[in-house]
Design a protein around this ligand. Structure first.
Ligand SMILES: *Cc1c(COP(=O)(O)O)cnc(C)c1O
Length: 247
């Protein structure tokens, strides 16, 4: 087995173990292989090993990588997740190109995504772009993510924008990136907070908002995230090895 396939298999087993410890079914947790800054060949290798969900952080890189992979017979089976900060003027590169946008954190971005999604719906009836709201759980103002105190308002705004876009946008849950310092245990209270925010927000029914998912946990702390209720874990380094630096 190639090294990457071995790492994927070990990770899948470790995720199943973390689920068992938490009394959860492995099917409740989906592994997203974070391929940002990794070459298309590495994605092709992961596809060949059976991985289907991939996470990318940069809109142009996503577009270019998909073009490069297109001749691969397995490329059509890949599901792409957008997990990085997204500029409004890049909405067209991501809406309709990804199964889930994890990093929605402002009304302005919701508006840009809704406008693009509504346009796609005109030519593809029934088109819906799924999104998550990214929350700045540690309250770090300079970081991406909406302030936890502003989450209910942003969800209200999301519902209104989605309705105005004929339902072309849908919110499926929340995402967070805890501070990197301190290791896995330091992340636990942040994961707990995201789950509590989700549970509290769920009490209010909003059209086009259905808070099913918690996208949390990366290479160093996915097991803790699973214990705290993650449904989507985003793992890069533990699958692909170290990343080249971003240019
Ligand atoms: C890079 C990245 C990851 C993966 O991080 P690893 O530590 O390599 O597992 C997960 N989520 C987001 C948002 C990222 O930017």
């Amino acid at each position: 087995m190639a090294a990457l396939a071995e790492r994927l298999a070990a990770l899948t087993a470790a995720i199943a173990e973390a689920c068992a410890r938490a009394g959860r079914e492995p099917a409740e947790v989906q592994l997203i292989a974070v391929s940002k800054l990794q070459p298309a060949a590495a994605v092709a290798e992961a596809l060949a090993a059976g991985q289907r969900d991939f996470g990318e952080n940069y809109a142009q890189e996503l577009r270019d990588k998909r073009r490069e992979l297109a001749p691969d017979p397995l490329a059509a089976a890949a599901r792409w997740h957008f997990i990085g900060p997204l500029q409004r003027n890049k909405a067209h590169l991501v809406v309709g190109q990804t199964c889930l946008i994890h990093s929605v954190d402002s009304l302005a971005l919701v508006q840009a995504l809704a406008a693009r999604a509504q346009r796609l719906r005109e030519t593809s009836p029934g088109f819906v772009q799924d999104c998550l709201i990214q929350v700045s759980v540690a309250g770090e103002a300079q970081k991406a993510g909406c302030d936890p105190a502003e989450l209910p308002q942003l969800l209200d705004d999301f519902a209104a924008q989605a309705a105005a876009a004929d339902g072309a946008l849908r919110c499926r849950g929340l995402m967070c990136i805890p501070p990197a310092e301190g290791g896995a245990e330091a992340a636990r209270p942040h994961f707990q907070r995201l789950r509590a925010l989700r549970d509290a927000a769920r009490v209010t029914q909003r059209p086009h908002v259905d808070l099913l998912h918690l996208s949390m946990g990366m290479s160093q702390d996915y097991a803790v995230a699973i214990a705290e209720g993650a449904t989507l874990v985003r793992v890069g380094t533990a699958i692909f090895g170290a990343r080249p630096a971003h240019a």
